[in-house]
Design a protein around this ligand. Structure first.
Ligand code: CP
Ligand code: NVA
Length: 332
């Protein structure tokens, strides 16, 4: 398997074997890190980290992973560069391509990261767009594999806003890996029809399946993984909060939803999560709408079934694997 020189823009661009290869590489890098075995495979190289939206996990994962691989990092924050305002993506790609061996991009439309990849002479990694969050997918798949010992046949139910980056990406990831994906939400929030059709075709080949349902009982039945994400994503206007809370409250991951899933089901969330009032926005919305939690109850978030922090740690190991694979893995 050789992914050297490839971009990592969305999981649809990769075969199940290539995804499995990156997951195995991530598991190997994780085991090495735990044993204290250093992997400075790319000493002397540098990567640029462009963040047009804020981040905790993705930024830290890229920085730590790059340092572990022996590389230097330059962080470009949402306001501190010329990108988009004074300089086009095509020009930025060629400027950064002359200084760095790889470029991470987090921002808005998928077409922006596609354009960056088209013009950059080095690998480009998608750190989240409105449409997809592929590095999150590798972390989620690794976490599920570690927990259940397999991916094939695992049922993942996604509750909430399924027509954005997380819903889209999880549907693709499940289809690719022969898993059963259920989007359990109001019909307004189902993923786009064209993507659903594409994923159904992939699932036919891999033994997976895709279900879209508004019925919580049907959606969560036999689920191994119950997954959710924030109801309002970065970049969306504040005005949508009222509608989202109204539309998506029936799809909150709570004790009843978990009780309807398999007895050993786990709870996952890409984070950050609104499960209490300990954040600025959580408190503000809580007071405004008279609620204390949103997409997931604090009880579920803090329960033994919740594997969100294992999932968060795996962002680093999997992002390291993506960079290592696309920059080249040395022969052992
Ligand atoms: N899950 C995730 O992408 O987290 P950050 O926004 O903190 O990077
Ligand atoms: N859907 C969320 C994911 C955050 C990791 C967002 O785009 O804000």
């Amino acid at each position: 398997m050789d992914l050297k020189g490839r971009d990592f823009l969305k999981l649809l661009d990769f075969t199940p074997e290539e995804i499995k290869y990156m997951l195995d590489l991530a598991a190997d890098l994780k085991a090495k890190k735990k044993k204290g075995i250093l992997t400075p495979w790319h000493r002397g190289k540098n990567v640029a980290l462009i963040f047009e939206k804020t981040s905790t996990r993705t930024r830290c994962a890229f920085e730590v992973a790059a340092h572990d691989l022996g590389m230097g990092t330059t962080y470009l924050d949402p306001s501190g560069s010329q990108i988009g305002k004074k300089e086009s993506i095509a020009d930025t790609a060629r400027v950064l391509g002359g200084m760095f061996e790889g470029i991470e991009y987090r921002g808005f439309g998928q077409e922006i990261v596609d354009e960056l990849a088209k013009y950059a002479p080095v690998p480009v990694w998608n750190g989240l767009t409105n449409e997809f969050h592929p590095t999150q997918m590798l972390a989620d798949l690794l976490t599920i594999k570690e927990h259940f010992g397999r991916l094939e046949g695992v049922k993942l139910t996604y509750m909430g806003d399924a027509r954005y980056n997380m819903g889209n990406s999880l549907m693709v990831a499940c289809a690719k890996m022969g898993m059963h994906f259920a989007a359990c939400t109001s019909g307004k929030y189902f993923p786009e029809k064209r993507l659903v059709e594409e994923c159904k075709k992939i699932a036919e080949q891999t033994g997976g399946s895709i279900l879209l349902t508004e019925d919580v009982k049907e959606g969560t039945k036999d689920a191994d993984v119950v997954y959710t994400d924030v109801w309002v994503s970065m970049g969306e206007p504040d005005e949508v909060w009222t509608e989202r809370i109204r539309d998506l409250s029936p799809y909150q991951v709570n004790g009843a939803a978990m009780a309807n899933a398999k007895a050993d089901a786990v709870f996952m969330h890409c984070l950050p999560a609104f499960h209490d009032l300990k954040t600025k926005i959580g408190k503000e919305m809580g007071e405004k709408f008279g609620i204390t939690e949103m997409e997931v109850t604090d009880e579920v978030f803090e329960s033994k079934a919740s594997i969100v922090f294992e999932e968060a740690e795996n962002r680093m190991h999997t992002i390291k694997a993506v960079m290592a694979a696309t920059l080249g893995v040395p022969e052992e």
